[in-house]
Design a protein around this ligand. Sequence first.
Ligand code: ZN
Length: 425
Amino acid sequence: MSDAMTELFTAALGLVAPWRVERVRFAPDAHEIHFDVVCEAKRLPCPRCSAPDQPIHDRQARDWQHLHFFQYRALIHAQVPRVRCAECGSKGDSEVRQVLVPWARERSGFSLMFEALVVALAGMSRMPVRRIGALLGVHPERLWRSLGALVEQAYEKADMSKVRSVGIDEKHIGRGRVVTVVHEESGPQRGRVLHVSEQCRSSNVAEFVGALVAHGGDPAAIERCTMDMARSFVAGVGKHLPKAEICFDPFHMIKLANEALDAVRRAEVPVEPALKRTRYHWLKDAGAWTRKEVNLHWLRQSGLKTARAWRMKERLRDIIAWRRYPQVPVVSLMDRWISWARRSRLPAFKRLGQTFKTHITGIRNMLAHANSNGMAESINADIQSAIARARGFRTFRNLRTILYLLKGQLELPSSPFKPSRLRAA
Ligand SMILES: [Zn+2]
């Protein structure tokens, strides 16, 4: 191999003395190209305390996968020096330490640029990790470990000191499993995922508060918390976020009304067979009705319990939508709706009315802060779509990695490729 060639690759890999490419080995049958890199220093600074000129104890062989060279997998090999530092030794620490290589993170088997490419593919391009693995010739488990470590590192640096308002949601991730996702509800980083934890218990709130404190946040500075009426969250917030005003998530309230409506319909199917297989019709917006559903108008106007339940649900939706109009007395309308539900003689709605009555303060807070929870739906839909992508992921750890990657607004490496001007053909 000519000196010009090794010099070229030394420059292309961005190496400077004492590091340089010593040899390039091409293995076309294996579809690989190998770069042997050497460190020519005799003495090096200590990687722990930075004391200069420490003796090299020994060298250990290591390998990294780098960005492809043309269609070939590119691998970097180096004998990495280990230093025994006299400075650290004098303080009782005689451990031998491997120096950092300029092209990779500590303990990673990939170069920084390779990792940045994986982050760009998984994050910006939203490509499934399994497919990235197939494309780049790496087992997906190795990619997950690398992504997990990068995301973990970036998450550690996340600043939560300005968080004032949060949303806590229970999210179904398939196969009967649930996770708790906490996101920021307002401010410049609105919508970012702050914390993800397994299951749905009041201890999830405590876990979030632990993370908040670790990232410079103050639990007493949290002014508002939007969530569903799950008893565990209510209890957890009461205990761990003492200053937070609880706001109930309006979309969750409508969901509960839809569930009550469907319970009424199912109980009535034996009496009125036309109600069979109409579940989704009753949940739909009038604007989205099909011709066939418009033709069901006689059912909606009938004296059926289902029709009554539907009118109650629609009314609830209206009241919640009207919260944006200050001239509408939504608080008293809501009170009237609750007493209507409680007197309805429809068991599912009586229970719902009772639940709302129990949580009336949180409901009134929601009605009063119409503008602040206006974005809640799109934030939730956004998080939900990230979770939908994550559904196939076998481990909670991977789900959390992808949620932080897509929705954590973290500082992650950006694509290794410079944006280039696109040329039309
Ligand atoms: Zn040292």
